[in-house]
Design a protein around this ligand. Structure first.
Ligand code: ATP
Length: 363
């Protein structure tokens, strides 16, 4: 089975989150609105300098701040989840600066479920449409921290670095990664919650005031989290009793990945180790951005070196080939966009120095 040529196997989207209270005013005492650094339309975002568009970046889709998670899910994630049940590998990435809405989009809350719980429900609902197949569903949850892979479904004291290996059939796998058998969405989600709880929050040598912004700063050293649903299936045997003729099984992976916020340039107080970690964060994200660009843009040819980082090596079978990929860049209009390392800038399909850009209808 292969992804049909007319539909692109990689979709790059942007999700704009609504402004939060602290962004709505220029300063705490001020009633003046904070400046906006971006505007958006259905397929592009535009960098603003003093309200004037300076550059525009295009994507498969831009979701405005008024579009719900469910809307985003139905539009770009559901087709990929359904394909995973049908046998394609699939990966959904959330990528964005700290506090840009990755967790809101991927995990959501009880009231507004995110892409992960919605996908779990979908998987179990969709397999009902295939009574001729038997499914064996498993969940894993790993962390890539400083280019080291660990299993977040095992207790802290038992955790050790895991090796990435290649099987005889050329499939890449993480040796000894726990895969828990699941039989309903709630059970699958409970393993994801366990993995979330075991996340690694590194501490940086920032000053007290910075530490107090802990939720944001923790992400300076929070890296890459991948929860996967492994959808092993085979046709039910229809032979008379006593004859065992088993059809070959298919075993696609549905990977749901939370990528670290971008790690900015060196800040005072950060020591050498933290800097090395920064390089490794950037290695994974840089290599991923290169791979995504090559896969999503037919004009970008050449050898794709998946081996350049742990993330792309592990996801090698799920990127390109028999696979579908969606990447959701979360942004806020209130964060400056001039940095070429900005996630949305790194992953844009194309950017145009703007004149034409200002003629787009903003959303
Ligand atoms: N689309 C949205 N609609 C409404 N609120 C949102 C949306 N996206 C994010 N938020 C809110 O913005 C805040 C930051 O979002 P969130 O925690 O998801 O960001 P994050 O990128 O996961 O941050 P961090 O990297 O620090 O973990 C939260 O209070 C969240 O509820």
């Amino acid at each position: 089975m292969s992804v049909s040529a007319e539909e692109s196997a990689v979709k790059v989207c942007v999700r704009v989150r609504p402004l939060i209270e602290r962004e709505e005013r220029a300063t705490a005492e001020d009633s003046v609105p904070a400046p906006l650094y971006w505007k958006a339309d259905r397929k592009s975002i535009h960098q603003l300098d003093d309200g004037v568009t300076t550059k525009s970046f295009s994507y498969d889709r831009v979701f405005s701040s008024s579009e719900t998670t469910n809307h985003l899910y139905q539009d770009i994630a559901k087709p990929l989840v359904v394909s995973a049940v049908e046998g394609y590998n699939g990966t959904i990435f959330a990528y964005g600066q700290t506090s840009s809405g990755k967790t809101f989009t991927m995990m959501g809350s009880k009231l507004v479920p995110g892409v992960i719980p919605l996908s779990m429900e979908e998987v179990f609902q969709t397999i009902q449409n295939y009574p001729q197949k038997e499914f064996l569903l498993r969940v894993s949850y790993m962390e890539i921290y400083n280019e080291t892979v660990t299993d977040l479904l095992v207790d802290n004291w038992k955790r050790k670095p895991l090796e990435v290996r290649e099987a005889l059939n050329k499939n890449i796998y993480v040796a000894d990664l726990t895969e828990e058998l699941v039989t309903c969405p709630a059970q699958a989600l409970s393993w994801v919650f366990k993995g979330e709880k075991n996340r690694h929050y590194g501490k940086t040598k920032m000053n007290e005031a910075e530490q107090s912004l802990s939720h944001h700063l923790q992400n300076e050293t929070t890296l890459i989290y991948t929860s996967s649903v492994i959808l092993e299936s085979r046709e039910r045997a229809t032979q008379p009793p006593g004859i065992t003729l088993r059809a070959p099984s298919s075993c696609p992976h549905l990977n749901l990945v939370d990528l670290a916020g971008q790690n900015g340039p060196a800040k005072p107080g950060r020591k050498a180790l933290a800097l090395r970690k920064g390089c490794n964060i950037n290695r994974s994200l840089f290599t991923l951005a290169q791979v995504i660009k090559k896969l999503s843009d037919a004009s970008q040819r050449g050898f794709t070196n998946y081996r350049d980082s742990k993330l792309t090596r592990i996801l090698q079978n799920s990127l390109g080939g028999n696979a579908k990929t969606v990447i959701i860049c979360t942004i806020t209009m209130a964060a400056p966009g001039g940095d070429p390392q900005h996630p949305a800038v790194q992953l844009s399909k194309r950017h145009v120095p703007s004149k034409a850009a200002s003629s787009h209808n903003a959303i």
